[in-house]
Design a protein around this ligand. Structure first.
Ligand code: SF4
Ligand code: SF4
Length: 400
């Protein structure tokens, strides 16, 4: 479980090799050893596990100045779950001080976890104003959310090849309903029956990042109870962070003996990113010609599938005329990380600047990526390139 006491032994597995240094976006900007995962772990161990030093404001800053990008975990030579330990530290700090900001808690619990509330979007706007978030940094909320556009079951076209449940994350529901439509259309066009379950809420990742374990538990429980009861071959999402939540975080939200664990296992085993799932299934219909260069930004939260970063490259390469122009560092973080970019604006902008340069160097007209927050944060600055989900790109090639 995401409790620091459960990590007391594993935290000492860190060999101080330093492999986590070269891929930490925060270290690469700050160039401070205290911001590398190994140093963060040492500090968490001393201040919060062994309690041999006080929890100073600097300790809190180091725990919070982290994107939870998972780069350190994915590159750790000793398989230390660094991002989980940092998350557990945030949970402990929040519990000790009641530090989860009440406005943020409102957004997480009410806006993300209770989608059906009337007028909730208006409330989100007023919260944004109170937080002094400018319009440029706050994405425009869709006038009609995805769950009000599409519901129920969308039939497969032609021969039915699979039946999937579509977990629609908050990014797609509130910000990019067009991505949701593209996913449904492309899947159905390729012989996949798509079930859009009613009552789905946030995956819980935003709550976890704030140290709000209870909020994450609440929303995950709701989702698992719904998804576990569906008769489907697979569960797909278009968001890599939502996928990570179900695949690698859900089981850690509850004690090992919690009765929900069995259902979590069932759901987690069926989880795929939609592009990845379609790539495995293979296209039933050849896409039409769509000449142009695209580049692919690998979202940080990709470690839960071995093929989630290969799938868009392969699928889109099958579009006649489409040319993949690779970035020098396609896996480098864009700096957004949920609400991190709002709270660490200067740092996030510095991290993003490398990505923007890299994108421009490719000469691509389109940037594809499966993370809605990356799409928003990059799109704010990219005026000449269109940023889209891979299945949005494929939908255009199909003329859907
Ligand atoms: S999760 Fe990302 S930002 Fe945080 S310490 Fe690890 S590599 Fe650095
Ligand atoms: S890569 Fe893992 S083992 Fe090596 S220093 Fe970083 S956290 Fe420690």
């Amino acid at each position: 479980m995401l409790r620091l006491t459960d990590y007391a032994r594993v935290i000492n597995k860190c060999s101080h090799c330093g492999y986590c240094q070269a891929t930490c976006p925060v270290y690469l900007e700050d160039m401070l050893e205290s911001h590398v995962a190994r140093a963060r772990l040492n500090l968490i161990n001393a201040a919060l596990i062994e309690k041999t030093m006080p929890v100073t404001p600097r300790v809190k800053e180091i725990v919070n100045r982290c994107l939870l990008c998972t780069n350190c975990t994915r590159n750790c030579s000793s398989m230390v779950p660094c991002d989980d330990i940092i998350t557990a530290a945030r949970i402990e700090l929040a519990a000790e001080s009641g530090a989860v900001d009440s406005l943020k808690k409102f957004v997480m619990r009410k806006v993300l976890n209770q989608r059906g509330l009337a007028g909730v979007l208006t409330k989100a706007g007023s919260v944004a104003q109170k937080l002094n978030i400018t319009s440029m940094e706050m994405p425009t909320l869709a006038s009609v959310t995805f769950d009000r556009q599409v519901s129920g079951t969308v039939a497969a076209q032609g021969e039915k090849r699979a039946r999937v449940a579509y977990f629609v994350g908050c990014g797609t529901n509130f910000l990019f309903p067009d991505t949701g439509s593209a996913v449904v259309k492309v899947l159905a066009y390729n012989g996949v029956e798509v079930v859009i379950p009613a009552g789905i809420v946030c995956c819980g990742i935003p709550s976890l990042a704030e140290g709000d374990l209870e909020g994450a538990q609440e929303s995950m429980r709701t989702n698992i109870e719904i998804l576990a009861g569906l008769d489907v071959d697979a569960i797909v999402t278009d968001c890599t962070s939502c996928g990570m939540a179900f695949k690698t975080k859900a089981a850690k939200l509850y004690p090992e003996n919690d009765p929900l664990q069995e259902k979590i296992k069932l759901v987690s085993e069926k989880f795929w990113e939609a592009t990845d799932h379609l790539n495995n299934l293979g296209l039933a219909v050849e896409p039409g010609e769509m000449a142009g260069k695209f580049t692919y930004h690998e979202p940080c939260h990709r470690g839960w599938s071995l093929t989630v970063d290969e799938a868009p490259r392969r699928l889109l390469a099958s579009i006649p005329g489409a040319e993949l122009s690779e970035m020098e560092e396609p896996g480098r973080c864009c700096g957004a990380a949920g609400t991190f970019y709002l709270e660490h604006r200067e740092l996030a902008e510095k991290i993003r600047s490398h990505k923007l340069e890299d994108i421009k160097e490719t000469g691509a007209e389109k940037v594809v990526t499966q993370c809605p927050v990356c799409r928003f944060y990059l799109g704010v600055q990219l005026k000449e390139q269109k940023v889209m989900h891979p299945l949005g790109y494929l939908a255009a090639a199909y003329g859907l």
